[in-house]
Design a protein around this ligand. Sequence first.
Ligand SMILES: [Zn+2]
Length: 308
Amino acid sequence: MSCKKAPRITNMLSKIVDGEKGEWLSKVVIESTKPYTYDAGNAEDRVIFEGKGVILNMPEGTTEVNDGLLREVIVKQDGKDNVLVKMMLEHPAEFRLEAFEGFPFRLEITLDRSIITKLFSGKKIVIDPGHGGEDTGGKGPVSLQEKDVVLPMAKNLEKILRRASADVVLTREGDVDISREKRFDLVGQAGADIYIGIHNRSCVGRNEDGVATLYAPTNKQSAILARCVQEGLIKKLKAADRGIAEQAELAMINEVPAIEAEVLTITNLVEEVFLRGLTVQKRAAEGIFNGLIKYFAQNGTYSKGDCS
Ligand SMILES: [Zn+2]
């Protein structure tokens, strides 16, 4: 076979999609110039794809995905004309492989995310976007206000959690001020399993940056939940890890695990810019969500969580 004519893998991408029957799927798309022979199989926590008689026309290496099911995709040329794609999973999952003719030729590997919906089904989660109305919360060096950032983050998180079959209660939907007591009362009224406050860090020093998660000192599970969420946020945001700490006011919630995620530092000039971005607002929600998966997985059958 002449090298010029060999099929080449030119692009690879991953996304979360809804299937035709309403299934929730993680999808990996492998694009190439032409069809080639291939094989795929799964071991416990990975799906391995092998392309035969095909050349990799993109960089080898590892791409972090962290979508809750698919952790990373490792791509490499294996010998002269084989390509190996390893999809590393957080939990075992069924997969399906489909080919789509055309240019580019597309192979789609879909992974079943129902293991996540099983974890969240029946769970009730109170999400509390901090501040609101007169209470603006922290302020960025330019003009960003904490109350305006944490609300879209909370709504993004609500959306993912609902897709994952959880029951969600938001303490505020708009720009209104609610007392701490009222917010906390909702936990009992809703019969919630966990409480998640969303805030930003505010520091005196302009150079202070990063992410922290605070937890209720009264409920033992709160610290574990905080570790899970902190880890999820750090992985997604690639920000400085300011650790977890007790937050005395959260002691008012003692019946369920309660945390406050302090997503980036609004008083930092660079992080203020990040916080404005829709991508970071979305990633923050995904990071918290990944932490919640780990947290609930610890008590489930598919324990891979290690946040304690
Ligand atoms: Zn705050």
